[in-house]
Design a protein around this ligand. Structure first.
Ligand code: 5GP
Length: 120
């Protein structure tokens, strides 16, 4: 795993407003912002407001209200950005083998053009 939650990670600092981001959506449970190094025409990161290291941590320890609120927000972001047609991709890198770099759980939302096959 990635160890205990580090409250100095970059997304924790974005949540506290210490580092700017290009905000796409925010509510009680989630913040969405554009990835600084986009890998698709639309590339947004959606993060829960709670301190969860990874999907493994979030899925096991977040409350049902946080989990429901977070995933509801992910869908809302996609809809509000106009990505539902013709569609988009969700991805959550988890842990070392998953290639997760930032140790605050996040979902990548890719869209805006043909994405090609998932694995290359
Ligand atoms: P991971 O590999 O952890 O799933 O992906 C982390 C993502 O965060 C990468 O796509 C990276 O470009 C993005 N990222 C890293 N630092 C920042 C930042 O300071 N601001 C924004 N908006 N995105 C960041």
């Amino acid at each position: 795993g990635l160890g205990p939650y580090d409250d100095q990670n970059i997304f924790a600092r974005i949540l506290r407003g210490e580092i700017p981001c290009r905000r796409a959506y925010e509510d009680e449970h989630a913040l969405a912002f554009h990835d600084i190094a986009p890998q698709a025409p639309a590339h947004v990161l959606v993060i829960p407001k709670g301190a969860y290291v990874s999907f493994a941590d979030f899925s096991a320890t977040a409350s049902e209200a946080e989990i429901a609120g977070f995933f509801r927000a992910v869908g809302r972001v996609a809809r509000e950005l106009g990505l539902e047609q013709p569609g988009y991709r969700l991805l959550a890198n988890t842990g070392v083998h998953g290639g997760q770099e930032v140790p605050h759980f996040h979902v990548h939302l890719f869209g805006g053009a043909g994405l090609g096959p998932m694995l290359d």
